[in-house]
Ligand binder design. Sequence first.
Ligand code: URA
Length: 233
Amino acid sequence: MRIDKYLSNAGLASRSEIKCFFKDKRVTVNDQLVIQAKRQIDPNKDIIKVDNIVIQYKPYHYFVLNKPKGYVSANDDDKYPTVMKFFASLNIKGLTHVGRLDKDTTGVLLITNNGKLAHFLISPKSNVKKVYSLTVDKDLDASLVEAFKQGVKLENNEVCRPAKLTIKNAREATLELTEGKYHQVKRMMRAFHYEVIALHRDEFASLTIQNCEPGEYYELDEKQIKMLEQYLR
Ligand code: URA
């Protein structure tokens, strides 16, 4: 494998920045300086360092994006910017979003190139917990809490799994779901004649936005990746 590809895979920097690493004499293989980006290496044997720090080969990458409003959950779109725009400079092959948030929804969106895990996480059997904060167009009725617990019937007669609605104030609530139907939160509220006017995902499989501002992301640590891998069983 070419060493520049190896470094790009590690998600260290963009391709053009990685080129400069070689010019600036920051890269070594087995403690020997390397100035050629096309130098071949064996990821299983060679020890690659940048600035004297060992760079591990990573087959998979995992990020949590705090999705801003106005971005669509898609890899490409003719009309709107996509959530993948934030990751373009990393040049990681196969990186995609796990499930979708609507264009006007903000909050936690998992991004990975581990297709198998992504598939499991969005499958209805996975029971991944999602927590949303929502604002509606009129005052919430206390009876909704019990109705959501019983399972809301959508406009197409599909019945949702029991969900936990917690009313925070007149027009704001949090909603805990273990499934991810298309526009589910908005459709559940619409079943009771409410329009959702703001929607934010606080949690997906226990992952939160941490300190990220809209449009910022963080990379998952080992513990968080292990937690996600439990869904593979
Ligand atoms: N439910 C919705 O209605 N929209 C989202 O973006 C996510 C869940």
